[in-house]
Design a protein around this ligand. Structure first.
Ligand code: X5A
Ligand code: ZN
Length: 694
């Protein structure tokens, strides 16, 4: 870097930052003026913000030129390039809407084609300038965005994959520049599915994406964004996904991922240039993202990236739909590239517990490829590991300082301290309450795209979202949030007693009373029947204990000895249900009457039962079936069951607790289960149950 020693003030010369902007990219719009979040105003608002702040004068400003077809064809099919080339022409007037509707979340008008070629061309030229050293870094304020576009199709508001076109250009058309390793960082709130696929087998491009995933429920839904997607062939280990389990992630969560995943890997990879898929829809207040990143948060992330590749960074705009936070965030990024060194207040907010879980999963998955990931993370990082998850947060409307109206009031996220643990005011991301509720509940519901298929999928999406209850005292309970999350996780529930008989088990799911039962069940909140049924033998002893139960009257009921014993084999019927349903079964098995508002058995409990083979539900001390056992896994999902505590089993054995034959009604329920489940004949089943004893 040149130091101007002759300058009277001995100022370090400002880095050369290129800005690319071209109003012609505003011509891409909805065909009949319908509202759409990906609107022309987005780039106008950014440009206006940069001008008002006076930063455009400190940068080198470039207009866009249309990309050559041949460069786009490096990552897209010729057919797709031709279609986008021609789709805005008059000959396509009558077919254009239909073509757009055939893609997922795409609109097209007579300006789309030009915008798409300018966006890709702009990103390509600015990237080239960074690569040659003409500028130190660049920001391409372009639209339509690119990272969802796949080799043969437009998708998710994206027509061409602008960043992928530029990366391919450097690697295959400007080999003279000596760029052999490109790091693509995608911090748009959505997964960069298009970019991932284009460089899936390529070790010259390390693709890193951090995005909201919601167990595959967030756009672009499915498994593509999972942490398991690490690339293949020569590209194995060169695709890194960091999938958030939920919304509300903010600076602390992103910085934790930067510090413990992206920085170490960038250090090892040592890229020649960084291309940033800079979407700003993870920004606080974004109508689609539901996350909480601040402009300072983005600055810090960018600053950390500037340590690599000699600061050669080209940022291309992707999403970002709140015009205010979008333009403030881009301004913060440009200032950062210009070398601004304002000291941000030390952010003392803590990452979510789920963030540590995600970080550990990603590091584990990629540790065969990146030795730094094999290092153990310092234990202090996990302070409060046993502390509540996001759904145990409450959002409280704090009385405003000056007593002004409700709309001015601010929201604080605090954790429920009813268990006497410290109240965590760390996450004091401040948001207007309406935004907060909207962002958590309906990240997609405001979208209305002129596409029938999309409309239905949006509806069902909105439905599956949680509905926090606003309570009388102004508390907003996110008690329903845990249901929404755990409803997306499947497990196998292993049954060895009356639940082996499907009609009896269905009472726990759908409510009601099956033959032989003396009481009805209330059922689960989610009445969906099991998605699959399997049978398995386990090496735990089956026995009958207790002498009376509310459901079956006189007689013993089935237990599994919590310890394995290779000499005994027990039939277990596995139902594939959701973790939410498992929680409801756990409640009913233990006759816990009230909905606890919190899950008894959450994802960390699953982690712990898999690791330790046994776990007890959160906060439950009493109950006959509070010992959750891990019985192995089937098709990648854990098999769990519930039985008595080990000390109870010992007491049954020693006679302190009564062992007792089952009643006729109970026994015949188990026989029906084994017979209808095609495991045993009636005689065999009777014999099998008679032999079951401690
Ligand atoms: C670039 C981008 C989002 C698409 C959401 C579609 N696309 N529902 O942010
Ligand atoms: Zn996005």
């Amino acid at each position: 870097m040149e130091e101007s020693a002759t300058s009277p003030l001995n100022h370090r010369r400002e880095p050369r930052v290129g800005l690319l902007y071209d109003e012609r990219m505003c011509r891409h719009d909805t065909p009949n003026g319908e509202d759409h979040p990906e609107c022309p105003q987005r780039i106008k608002a950014i440009w206006h913000e940069l001008e008002s702040a006076g930063v455009t004068q400190r940068c080198l400003v470039f207009g866009a030129e249309e990309v050559k077809d041949s460069y786009v064809a490096g990552v897209h099919t010729g057919k797709h390039v031709d279609l986008i080339r021609r789709v805005s022409s008059r000959q396509f007037n009558s077919r254009r809407k239909k073509i757009a509707a055939n893609f997922n979340s795409i609109y097209l008008n007579d300006g789309s084609s030009e915008s798409a070629f300018l966006a890709a061309g702009g990103v390509l030229r600015l990237t080239e300038k960074v690569a040659t050293g003409e500028i130190n870094s660049g920001v391409a304020i372009v639209r339509p965005p690119g990272h969802h576009a796949e080799h043969d199709q437009a998708m998710g508001f994206c027509l061409f994959n602008n960043v992928a076109v530029a990366a391919n250009f450097l690697l295959n058309h400007r080999t003279d520049l000596g760029i052999k390793k490109i790091l693509i960082v995608d911090w748009d709130v959505h997964h960069g599915n298009g970019t991932q696929k284009m460089f899936w087998n390529d070790s010259h491009v390390l693709f890193f994406s951090v995005h909201r995933f919601d167990y595959g429920g967030f756009y672009p839904a499915g498994d593509d964004g999972s942490h398991m997607m690490i690339g293949e062939g020569l590209g194995a280990g060169f695709n890194i996904n960091v999938p958030w389990e939920h919304g509300l992630c903010g600076d602390a969560d992103y910085h934790a991922v930067w510090d413990h995943i992206l920085m170490p890997v960038a250090d090892s990879y040592n890229p020649d240039i960084i291309l940033l898929s800079g979407g700003f829809d993870a920004a606080m207040g974004d109508p689609l993202g539901g996350c909480c990143v601040t402009p300072e948060g983005y600055s810090i992330m960018l600053k950390k990236l500037m340590k690599f590749a000699d600061g050669k960074i080209m940022m291309a705009l992707e999403g970002g739909y709140n015009l205010k936070t979008l333009s403030k965030s881009v301004l913060a990024c440009v200032n950062t590239l210009l070398g601004e060194t304002s000291n941000f207040e030390k952010l003392d907010a803590k990452p979510f517990q789920s963030t540590w879980r995600v970080i550990c999963k990603v590091r584990h998955e990629l540790s065969p490829f990146w030795p730094v990931f094999s290092e153990q993370l310092p234990k202090e990082l996990f302070v409060g590991k046993e502390k509540p998850l996001i759904y145990e947060c409450f959002c409280r409307v704090a009385p405003s300082q000056d007593g002004s109206s409700e709309t001015d009031s601010e929201v604080e996220l605090i954790k429920d301290d009813s268990d006497g643990l410290e109240v965590d005011l760390g996450r004091s991301d401040r948001l207007p309450i309406d935004d907060l509720i909207d962002n958590v509940t309906s990240p997609l519901s405001k979208l209305n795209i002129g596409n029938e298929n999309e409309a239905t999928s949006l509806d069902s999406n909105a439905q599956s979202c949680l509905e926090p209850m606003v309570m009388a005292d102004g508390m907003v309970s996110s008690a329903q949030l845990w249901r929404s999350h755990l409803s997306k996780v499947d497990i196998w529930y292993g049954c060895y007693g009356s639940n082996m008989w499907m009609p009896r088990f269905l009472c726990y799911i759908q409510g009601g009373q099956a033959e032989g039962m003396q009481n009805p069940c209330r059922g689960s909140k989610d009445k969906t029947p099991p998605k699959d049924i399997l049978w398995k033998m386990v090496t735990h002893q089956l026995f009958f204990g207790r002498s009376y139960t509310k459901t079956w009257g006189e007689g013993g009921v089935a237990f599994l000895h919590p310890k394995t014993n290779d000499a005994t084999k027990t039939h277990v019927c596995l139902y594939r249900i959701t973790l939410e349903q498992f929680n409801d079964v756990l409640l009913q098995e233990n006759l816990l009457e009230e909905d606890p508002g919190l899950p008894l058995f959450d994802l960390s409990a699953i982690d712990s039962v898999v690791q330790n083979k046994s776990a007890t539900p959160l906060g439950v001390k009493e109950g006959w079936y509070i010992n959750v056992l891990y019985l192995g896994n089937e098709r990648g999902l854990p098999i769990i069951t519930m039985t008595c505590m080990e000390k109870d089993a010992e007491e049954f054995k020693s006679g302190q607790l009564p062992l007792c034959r089952p009643s006729k009604a109970y026994e015949s329920t188990l026989v029906k289960g084994l017979v209808e489940g095609k495991q045993l004949s009636e005689e065999e089943a009777v014999d099998y149950l008679r032999k079951a004893t401690l």
